[in-house]
Design a binder for this molecule. Structure first.
Ligand SMILES: O=C(O)CCC(=O)C(=O)O
Ligand SMILES: [Fe+2]
Length: 386
């Protein structure tokens, strides 16, 4: 594509310059823009985000090799091997809104050991101890890595990217706190060990597990563009930081007027949006904006993308999470909208799901029933499919 054909960013989606954060004369401009993006748009780009171009390109350049491995090699990394729903899903194996998503993907996460156990030895009176027999703890566990001889340097490049995005997500959450007018560090309880005498929630620190998808939308000979991924809200985390590789377009966002707005790749940026938990925490004041991807048509290149979903403690409940958000923020929800009317939110707030972990387990089982049946059994799957 030559530069004349390059798409221009839609003026409806703001681009925030994070270098303003370190400039005392422009810090307030950034916070005003962020406030507007949070409460009025729900989708934004960030630039000058301090994730180095080298860290990004080290991972991006591995993607063709990763996806071009023979099908049987990729199948050996299938999600079916993993009670944590980590690993490979083949082309069009997932559906959204009853239609096949024309993409293939590897789901990775922060590399963490398994902690779920079948029976508990927690003393009954120890209120602060976490009960790792709860099924949703089984979502947490290690990655399935590609073979080093087949995709050399992948694990190192992935790990550096993960760590850089994790640091970016922490910094960005601090800006969100400032834009909310709440003390910087309020949400550190979810993500970071407390310093000094302060303890984390439940007294012990356990890093949340972030998820990173590596996605390929292959080109199609078909002129009509199919569904790359259908309209959805992100439900895997608190905030999403999406890197769109190259020039291939396709991402679209529901704008404030309800129309689909393109969110094309813009060099040197990440797209940021807010997950279901964030929307639930703010009682809808900040939207988990609906978005989708159109599959590439007969373009020369496939489209690749890398969403990073910032993890939350799985045992966090919606009411607990809400207690961190002051009424001054929650009251900014649009008056016209009732929480009950929004299916995506209400399934998150359903009192049957006792925690974010449970709503995530339900989501994973619903999108990968075969993995659910293998590792969690028919009765659990049938319960969550209802
Ligand atoms: O591929 C993209 O640009 C977005 C993918 C996405 O929205 C998702 O996987 O949740
Ligand atoms: Fe998404």
């Amino acid at each position: 594509m030559d530069s004349k054909q390059r798409s221009r960013p839609s003026p409806m989606l703001p681009i925030l310059d994070l270098s303003y954060a370190n400039d005392p004369s422009r810090h307030h401009v950034l916070l005003e823009q962020l406030h507007d993006a949070l409460f009025n748009v729900g989708f934004l780009y960030i630039k000058n985000h301090c994730v180095s171009a080298e860290t990004i390109s080290n991972l991006v350049t591995k993607l063709p090799k990763l996806f071009d491995q023979p099908n049987e090699v990729k199948a050996a990394l299938s999600k079916l091997n993993s009670p944590h729903f980590l690993g490979y899903s083949g082309f069009a194996e997932e559906t959204t809104l009853g239609e096949k998503d024309l993409r293939e993907q590897f789901d990775f996460a922060s590399e963490l050991p398994m902690i779920w156990k079948e029976s508990s030895d927690i003393p009954v009176n120890n209120e602060r101890a976490r009960d790792f027999t709860k099924l949703y703890w089984r979502l947490r566990g290690p990655n399935q890595w590609p073979r080093e001889d087949l995709v050399p340097g992948f694990k190192k490049a992935y790990t550096e990217y993960h760590d850089a995005l994790q640091a970016l997500s922490h910094r960005f959450v601090h800006l969100v706190e400032e834009a909310f007018g709440i003390p910087v560090g309020t949400f550190d309880d979810f993500f970071l060990p407390r310093s000094g005498n302060l303890t984390n929630r439940n007294g012990d620190y356990m890093p949340p597990q972030h998820r990173i998808k590596l996605v390929k939308y292959p080109t199609s000979a078909d002129k009509s563009r199919g569904q790359g991924v259908g309209a959805h809200k992100d439900s895997s985390g608190w905030l999403t930081f999406l890197y769109q590789v190259g020039q291939e377009e396709g991402l679209e966002v529901v704008g404030a007027n309800g129309d689909w707005t393109p969110a094309p790749p813009i060099e040197g940026t990440f797209v940021v949006n807010f997950g279901n938990a964030f929307e639930a925490a703010t009682e809808g004041a900040v939207k988990a904006t609906v978005h989708r991807v159109k599959a590439p048509a007969s373009t020369p290149n496939p489209r690749y993308s890398i969403p990073f979903f910032q993890g939350l403690p799985l045992d966090l409940t919606v009411s607990e999470i809400r207690s961190y958000i002051p009424e001054s923020v929650r009251k900014l929800r649009p008056k016209s909208e009732s929480m009950k009317d929004n299916g995506a939110i209400s399934s998150f707030l359903d009192p049957r799901w006792d925690s974010l972990g449970e709503s995530q387990l339900r989501k994973w089982i619903r999108s990968h029933e075969d993995v659910g049946r293998k590792w969690y059994g028919d009765s659990v799957v049938n319960f969550y499919l209802q």
